[in-house]
Design a protein around this ligand. Structure first.
Ligand code: GDP
Length: 295
């Protein structure tokens, strides 16, 4: 993951290794290399520039510290700033409610249904919840079947109404059913489209208004880089979601989405998903991710 960015940052720090101390000159050239590495990782220019300006200020401010080498100092500064760029502290999922309602939104193929299954599995096996999944994709009967297969694998009930073409009614009925069955978390998998479109947005917004979810999680394929960031913006403008889920991190070699999304929509990344198996879901910790990037 993010191999190229890790290598490029490493080489930027290595070029400082021979230097006895940090100077404005070697800071400038290291910062330039870092900026190029970020842009090549598909981070947009403005974010990369602002990021490296902060690195520069921090490095200039600290140049008197002689206890650690310039390379180590720069690595620490970059790690702290990467952590901040990705949100600083982790933000917990709000699953309090009777039932707690978690609405899942995103484009078709982003990994919504897979993530819904993984989240149900995580809440059930790691957090002791009693979840229920809801198939609210009224356009693709296959989406209902897919969710049922996943539910079967993890032992979680799946609520669906294959004949009903009203996503709002399905979601409302599911809330009642969850109470009857004593389920304390409801995960509603909504319909996606191949691109941002008005019908999809209106439908998800209507479901949101009808059931008043504790969480609206926007799911996005991290491999799509800047497109992921633009899609996030469109969904956030319309839905004001509460968190981001980055999927397919196993295939993302660049990292642009992970690095830019928080900055762009000012919403925390809550989970990262990296694989098709039901247990490949992780809570997102900005600091751990920064550490992974720096190797
Ligand atoms: P949806 O249309 O948004 O519900 O997307 P799906 O959950 O059906 O996922 C689309 C495809 O991506 C499927 O083939 C999934 O198996 C695959 N997929 C989902 N999440 C991941 C992931 O984290 N890593 C990988 N490699 N594939 C994934």
């Amino acid at each position: 993951m993010f191999e190229s960015l890790s290598e490029r940052l490493d080489s930027a720090f290595k070029s400082l290794k021979g230097e006895g101390r940090i100077t404005e000159l070697n800071i400038a050239s290291t910062v330039k290399e870092i900026r190029r590495a970020l842009i090549d990782a598909d981070v947009n220019y403005k974010i990369a520039k602002e990021f490296t300006d902060k690195i520069k200020d921090a490095a200039v401010g600290e140049k008197v510290i002689t206890a650690i080498s310039p390379g180590q100092l720069m690595t620490k500064i970059v790690k702290d700033e990467l952590t901040q760029l990705m949100g600083g502290n982790e933000v917990e999922l709000n699953a309090k409610g009777n039932p707690a309602i978690i609405l899942i939104a995103g484009l078709q193929g982003s990994g919504k249904t897979t993530f819904s299954g993984k989240l149900a599995n995580y809440l059930k096996s790691k957090k002791g919840f009693s979840p229920m999944l809801v198939a609210a994709d009224i356009y693709r009967p296959a989406a209902i079947d897919q969710l049922k297969v996943l539910g079967g694998q993890i032992g979680v009930d799946v609520y669906s109404e294959p004949e009903n073409k009203d996503a709002v009614a399905i979601a409302q009925n599911a809330v009642k059913e969850a109470r009857t069955r004593n389920k304390n978390v409801l995960i509603i998998d909504t319909a996606g489209r191949l691109a941002v479109d008005e019908v999809m947005m209106t439908e998800v917004a209507n479901v949101k208004n009808a059931v008043n979810p504790q969480e609206i999680l926007f799911v996005v394929d991290s491999m799509t880089g800047q497109d992921a960031v633009n899609t996030a913006k469109a969904f956030n403008d319309r839905l004001n979601f509460s968190g981001v889920v980055l999927t397919k991190l196993d295939g993302d070699t660049r990292g642009g989405a992970a690095l830019s999304i928080k900055y762009t929509v000012d919403k925390p990344i809550k989970f990262i998903s990296s694989g098709e198996k039901m247990d490949t879901l992780d809570v997102f910790y900005p600091e751990r991710m920064a550490q992974r990037i720096l190797g």
